[in-house]
Design a protein around this ligand. Structure first.
Ligand code: FRU
Length: 482
């Protein structure tokens, strides 16, 4: 009897949880977040039948832990107005029973094809898990069927950390870059595979690998051309902090080089560079859209953070989608996609402003544009009664910083404006994204303000332009029970 009552209580708890609404205070207004539960990496970013599709690592059962990963799913016409769709993949097969891990999507003959990692844990054994690559497909973009002969890549020689396939097509061949750890899990690398049919795959090269300075595992690799050069973008684990660099638990960064499809060899021409300088930016994924833009999203969070939103019924959201371009000297530039305009609301203030000028944001969300002299210090403060984020430019140092307070609050990097100082800042309930200049330096950090949130110029910061717009709520309320 006690057992039945226990089971009933668990079921009631689950039903209450699944139908529960999340608390609004930290839930984003115009960034994609899970309807409830846990979100990590963006997955399967794609365009299918005129919609953007974005999947993500998802635990529908709890916002307190990643649990056993599912693929959550949303679609949008403009990258801001998202509609939540049913869960695309459950961990329901022998080869993915401990997690439908990260992966990507390609459109093939009218079908949306997903390639992902099936994770299987072996508790108490060594190694304690294995990972293989699997395929699923859909002809309506909503219902997915896993391939009957999965996994499509076993990769015995690359176990146990062998994951996160990113697939693209070049001429008549599909390519896949995979994250891997070698030399007894002490060094990370990116492997390249090729296939004619998405089913039968062959390893064709190692794109690049850590020599010890770039960590023990490379997660979520991506590989693409920009301006005739190639970018290897990945999220290495195990890089040690060095001054202002690599201060997060794990990093996301890139190496630019040359690539030859005849030999499948990548020749780096730059060192590894961090892509964002804030606290919360990980596991990026990119696509090319119909107007040839290379658009990137990242998980706007970081592992092991224990942020307060988790007790509000959700964890994690996605960054603003950003268009990538490459400078001549091999640096990635990031700009919010122009569709951000569809989320822009009422103008709250514009024009010149003197030190101390302040605007209270509507609904804790806003877009702030600053133009100031390039040869003076600047401070912009985003504040609520319990939380403050200070953005500063220090002219003498030639550095820009974001400080959200607390023990590990400061993030900083070199940056000098070319001419006028221009900043573009997005605030959304529990996040700040700062784009410096043309987007040559960005900071993405979470913070958790309670009550009204305002933006204020520092005590010595007079600016030529201080433009503040409200931002609209663009993410549709999730359907109950999804
Ligand atoms: C990156 C990552 C991936 C893995 C997924 C599991 O954040 O660890 O390597 O596929 O998350 O959720």
């Amino acid at each position: 009897m006690a057992e039945i009552i226990n089971k009933l209580c668990t079921i009631i708890l689950i039903v209450r949880y699944v139908t529960a609404e999340v608390n609004e205070r930290y839930y984003p207004r115009y960034h994609l977040a899970p309807p409830h539960g846990w979100m990590n990496d963006p997955n399967g970013f794609s365009i299918y039948k005129n919609d953007y599709h974005l999947f993500y690592q998802y635990n529908p059962n709890s916002s307190l832990e990643p649990g056993i990963a599912h693929w959550g799913h949303a679609k949008s016409k403009d990258l801001f107005h998202w509609e939540h769709l049913p869960i695309a993949m459950y961990p329901d097969q022998d080869y993915d029973k401990s997690g439908v891990f990260s992966g990507s999507a390609v459109v093939d003959a009218d079908n949306l094809i997903l390639l992902y990692t099936g994770n299987v844990n072996h508790p108490g054994e060594d190694p304690d898990h294995e990972q293989h690559q699997a395929l699923a497909s859909s002809s309506d973009g909503v219902n997915f069927t896993k391939y009957s002969n999965n996994p499509v890549i076993q990769g015995e020689e690359h176990q146990p950390n062998f994951r996160d396939p990113k697939v693209w097509k070049h001429n008549d061949t599909y390519y896949m870059v995979l994250g891997n750890s070698f030399q007894n899990n002490t060094l990370g690398r990116a492997l390249l595979y090729a296939s004619k049919d998405l089913i039968s795959w062959k390893q064709v090269s190692i794109l690049d690998e850590s020599d010890g300075s770039l960590g023990y595992m490379w997660e979520c690799p991506d590989f693409f051309d920009l301006r005739g050069r190639y970018v290897l973008l990945f999220s290495p684990q195990g890089i040690k902090p060095q001054g202002d660099k690599y201060k997060n638990l794990y990093q996301t960064g890139y190496i630019v080089g040359d690539f030859d499809y005849k030999t499948n060899l990548f020749t780096p021409v730059t060192e590894f560079r961090e892509l964002d300088h804030g606290h919360d930016f990980y596991a990026t994924q990119t696509i090319v859209d119909k107007s040839h833009r290379r658009i990137m999203v990242a998980w706007f969070d970081m592992w092991e953070q224990n942020y307060p939103e988790r007790t509000d019924g959700f964890t994690g959201f996605m960054t603003i989608p950003r268009v990538l371009s490459l400078t001549r000297d091999g640096r990635l530039i990031q700009k919010p996609v122009k569709e951000i305009g569809t989320a822009r609301g009422k103008l709250l203030r514009s024009g010149k402003a003197d030190r101390g000028a302040a605007v209270t944001l509507t609904d804790k969300a806003g877009e702030i544009k600053i133009k100031a002299e390039g040869n003076k210090d600047l401070e912009v403060i985003i504040e609520a009664s319990n939380a403050t984020v200070t953005l500063s430019y220090n002219y003498t140092d030639g550095r820009v910083s974001l400080d959200r307070g607390g023990a590990d609050g400061l993030r900083r990097t070199k940056w000098r404006p070319r001419g006028k100082l221009r900043w573009l800042i997005y605030v959304d309930a529990s996040s700040v994204e700062l784009f410096c200049g043309d987007g040559e330096v960005t900071f993405s950090s979470r913070f958790f303000p309670d009550g009204p949130t305002a933006v204020r110029l520092g005590d010595e910061s007079d600016v030529q332009e201080f433009v503040v717009n409200a931002m609209k709520r663009t993410v549709l309320k999730p359907p109950k029970g999804n």
